[in-house]
Design a binder for this molecule. Structure first.
Ligand SMILES: [Cu+2]
Length: 149
């Protein structure tokens, strides 16, 4: 008789424990919503610096440097231009665009086989495009570029 009462009490106690454990467990899933954690993970995966270089509307104009020629379009339309300059020669060359207040060249020379891009927003007018190294321009690495409206 006495034992039965104890076990009943024990069972009640156990039941209460389970219920209270369940009750305290329920509100928990609501807490871990920390919006900041999701944001923390993303910035590292982003950031392809190369993609920002090329504007979609920019017209790509190829230019080829060699001894001693500069092959590229002689006429282009005004607006954002991307000169895709390739050194197809056997020695170092550079690429300079000059005219209408613009004077742009690559900071360092292009080695044989190298391709680099130059972004310029050219207004209508006449420009001189040439290789600024030594007498390369006089030997043939010079092109007159006309930019039309
Ligand atoms: Cu040159």
């Amino acid at each position: 008789m006495h034992r039965k009462r104890i076990s009943l009490l024990f069972a009640l106690c156990l039941t209460w424990l389970v219920i209270s454990a369940c009750a305290s467990a329920t509100p928990a899933p609501g807490n871990p919503e920390v919006p900041g954690q999701e944001r923390q993970g993303t910035p590292g995966t982003e950031g392809a610096p190369g993609q920002e270089m090329q504007t979609p509307e920019s017209t790509v104009a190829p230019a080829e440097l060699a001894e001693f020629t500069l092959t590229m379009p002689g006429t282009l339309t005004a607006g954002p231009l991307t000169f895709e300059v390739t050194n197809a020669g056997t020695m170092a060359h550079n690429f300079e665009v000059e005219g209408n207040g613009i004077e742009e060249a690559f900071e360092s020379n292009l080695m044989p086989g190298e391709t680099r891009t130059m972004q310029l927003d050219l207004a209508a007018g006449t420009y001189e495009v040439y290789c600024p190294i030594g007498d390369h321009a006089d030997r043939g690495m010079r092109v007159e570029l006309t930019i039309t409206e």
